[in-house]
Design a protein around this ligand. Sequence first.
Ligand SMILES: [Zn+2]
Length: 531
Amino acid sequence: MLAHARTPEGRAILLRLQFRKGLSVEGKVLPRAFLAKGADPSGWVPFENLSPEGKRWALAALFPEDRWRQEEVRHTVRHPDVESVWTLAALFTGHGQNYDKVMAENPGLPEKLREGDTWRIPRSLLSVDLGGTGPRPVRVQPEDDLDDEARVAAYRNLLSFGEDAQGKFAAYRMRKGEALYSSVVIRYTDRVDPKGVNDLAERIAKRSGIADVRGIQPGQLIKIPLAFLADPFQSEGSSGLAEEREVRAEVRRIGHVEAGPKLKGVRIILDAGHGGVDPGARANGIWESDFVYDIAMRVRRLLEQGTEAQVSSTIRYPGLGFRSREEIPNPSRAAEILTSPPFAVDGESPSAVSVHLRWVLANDLFAAFRRMKGDMQKTLFLSFHADSLHPSARGSMVYVPGASLVPSTFALAGAKTGQVAEARRSARVAFTSREKLQGEARSRQFSEVLVRALQKDHIPIHANRPIRNVIYRGRGKWVPAVIRYSTGATKALIEVANLTNDDDAANLKDPDFRERYAAAVVSAIRAYYRK
Ligand SMILES: [Zn+2]
């Protein structure tokens, strides 16, 4: 949508509002004062690059019918084909993620914008640039902008080691605004599930002589028993720390794989977790399977339309095919793993079979790619999930196969594989130590690029440690089978969101969010294989 306007000096200027991309302004006659410091005035200047004055002018020029009042802005929808609640939240509050707050302020209005509807954005939500108080800021930590290795190192530096009558511990001093659940347990141990986090928080509080977990003051000394520390935080001389350092060294050593922006010669296999009889995690009125399938389908479409990568899926919902959907009203009941013949995820066989058949199928497709003289360095396996973690955890988390948890050989028992051709060819794997280490290192490199792409698009990522190489539940630790046994050079399991967190659940419900998420994944793939 293009709109004609005039600058205060009276020169004609164009504004452009695009679906999912937002507002931009023609740069060539834009007054200097309307440009943010350091912004490039050539071409189309995105709204974010305007000064506060420029933003106010642009919104008034684009939406002349809006009423700016002391306590609120009343916005009248004029372009429902390109406006969305997300767009309004981005323009008026400074952040698309506030769309749920904007929705909450307008309870009578449908999420799908209609021409003539009036949306109110209260001053409390209006961005500071637009004269508002700005919504409650997302809590930030000084380590948030660091890359994964530097961030983990910074967290490590906050610990010191000590010993008392009860044994050895790592000591941590609580900082302002921190909570024991997120800033200690989720950050320094590998526990993220609600029960694991609560139990350990209680245990650590007791160990530290704290009676009430919620009453912890900044400066409080927290004692974390060594046995619970994740590998990167283990003490000098421990095998956990040695493994962590070996992987980090490999990440630095390993070169990156080049394919160019069209991803020519790259073989990508997309997996969407659960499906059929298994809806996966459930919370806040949504469930995992259909929503991650939708994101995977959007990634598939974007890759097919914009790249030359060879893309396959492991699973298909027969009623839907490879389409994405705007509305997801209820759980799909039918799904099939795309083996030959297809394997219905209908509960007739144990669901463990369908989990295993995903990597069996993917490995079989990678083997065919190799036979066709494909470069195995350019193989990528991505599995999409959403979890139900402790509600204080928010945003995406990426799992990579920890080298020490990948077996040297593994063969899936014949009875478990069903009667599919792929199982006869590809149900066994073998990995050398070198391959395990490289597998983790490449997957970490990719995950790092992915986290950056998500951050760049303001998609929430897990605070503390968004990239992990192990799952801990109860007494067991493991890496999910789909990435553990994958022969792809690069593999990751992406937990798109935490369904238990209200904001995350609201995001997943929003088709705009799912599209933006898919676009960020594709831009990460492009960045990872850049020339
Ligand atoms: Zn899952």
